[in-house]
Design a protein around this ligand. Structure first.
Ligand code: PA5
Length: 403
């Protein structure tokens, strides 16, 4: 179960905000709240997904995931945190979220040697970057696989999109992107689950963890209230901080989730992320001492794996005898406790979200917790968590630039 602790003043009962029951009823009544039920609704598809994952794994040394935003960030985070690196699991390559020719060249060079499989994922089937990347990789697919190209493509999209028709007509694999789930809430549908399963992530455990957390909305609602309270008191920047670099890509996923859900009508905390201890040697200075308009949300793990002591330095006297007998998890915990204390002393309000352990089950809980918190934060301040009117502005301009 996820635990929440807060260093800030207890969020005063703000009677201008709707009560929890009201927030929950808006959440459940919204037509785009299908993600709340994904841990159950995906179960009947799991066997087929795991079979497809096995088929892809057997045929490919590389997995190319083509998708943008919510159609890629969740899979990236899962694979970074839990993907297997042993032989037998493909190397995951992500594309479809930029228009860089340098990236295009490098990816095509990497794919040229060995076999690869493409997972093409787009809810709408119309995202420019995604479709451009697919166009760029198609000649290589044709060159390598000739009339068998479709065996090397799996599409994830809403039914009735052009991508769905393409899959149906070509014989490529197809998994449905549910209509009542938006991109940034979609990590627990095939767009997150299938690439993760190919790379060895335990997606059953992930869904189990999410299902258990979905039944415990109180902590996520408290987190949402704390965040909204901090924003009202002038803390307009939220930093997600993590001491596990492999888990830190969840920061990119989280940034989209909150930024695109909440950043509307001139409101919403600006979301950014740091990975510690790396960033203590860079923006740590600013967090400790810069403008006091930011607060930090730490992602911590209660039980750390690893009991091996750090080996002695037999090469030279490094002056660190205090390390003798200590393990890396102990060191990481001392660092986390120290950073939290230092930042609090520097006037940074600190929230801590603690996961039971570093596992897929805990990650599933974390995903559900943050999704509920993001939607609840929006309902508290009266914005729709599931639209993104702001992104249309640049899209319109790109479209007219293409004419
Ligand atoms: O959250 C969202 O809706 C967006 O970020 C989408 O995920 C992103 O724009 C990609 O859209 P699509 O999956 O339709 O290609």
């Amino acid at each position: 179960m996820i635990k929440l602790t807060s260093s800030s003043l207890p969020a005063a009962d703000d009677h201008t905000l709707p009560a929890d029951e009201e927030v929950l009823s808006r959440l459940h009544a919204h037509p785009m709240s299908g993600w709340l039920g994904l841990p159950q609704s995906q179960v009947p598809e799991l066997e087929r997904m795991l079979r497809e994952a096995e088929r892809i794994r057997c045929a490919a040394q590389r997995l190319l995931v083509i998708g943008a935003g919510g159609s890629s960030l969740g899979a990236r985070a899962l694979i970074s945190a839990f993907g297997k690196t042993d032989a037998g699991y493909p190397e995951a390559v992500f594309w479809g979220d930029n228009l860089s020719v340098v990236t295009a060249r490098r990816i095509l060079e990497r794919l040229a040697g060995g076999d690869f499989h493409v997972i093409l994922t787009s809810k709408t089937g119309s995202t420019l970057e995604t479709l451009a990347a697919f166009r760029c990789v198609l000649p290589l697919l044709r060159e390598k696989y000739g009339e068998h190209v479709a065996e090397h493509i799996t599409v994830i999209s809403e039914p009735d999109t052009r991508l769905h028709s393409f899959a149906r007509e070509s014989g490529a694999g197809f998994f449905e992107f549910p209509k009542n789930v938006g991109g940034r809430y979609s990590v627990l549908c095939p767009s997150g689950l299938l690439p993760a399963a190919v790379c060895g992530v335990d997606i059953r455990a992930l869904l189990d963890g999410a299902r258990a957390q979905a039944g415990r909305t109180d902590t996520a609602l408290r987190f949402a209230r704390e965040r909204v309270g901090l924003f009202k008191r002038g803390f307009t920047n939220e930093i997600l901080a993590c001491f596990e670099p492999e888990f830190a890509l969840f920061g990119d996923w989280w940034r989209q989730l909150f930024g695109e859900s909440e950043g509307k009508n001139g409101g919403g905390a600006y979301p950014s992320c740091v990975t510690y201890t790396r960033d203590l040697h860079s923006v740590g200075q600013y967090i400790q001492d810069g403008v006091r308009n930011l607060y930090e949300t730490f992602v911590l793990f209660e039980k750390a794996e690893g009991t091996d002591e750090i080996p002695q330095n037999t090469a030279f006297s490094d002056g660190l005898d205090t390390l003798n007998g200590k393990t890396l998890p102990q060191l990481n915990k001392i660092a986390a406790d120290s950073v939290i204390e230092a930042h609090k002393a520097g006037g940074v309000p600190v929230l801590a979200v603690t996961l039971p352990d570093y596992s897929e089950t805990s990650a599933g809980g974390f995903i559900m917790f943050m999704e509920i918190a993001a939607a609840a934060s929006c309902f508290l301040v009266g914005v729709d968590p599931f639209d993104q009117p702001g992104v249309e502005e640049y899209k319109k301009r790109i479209k007219s630039g293409l004419k």
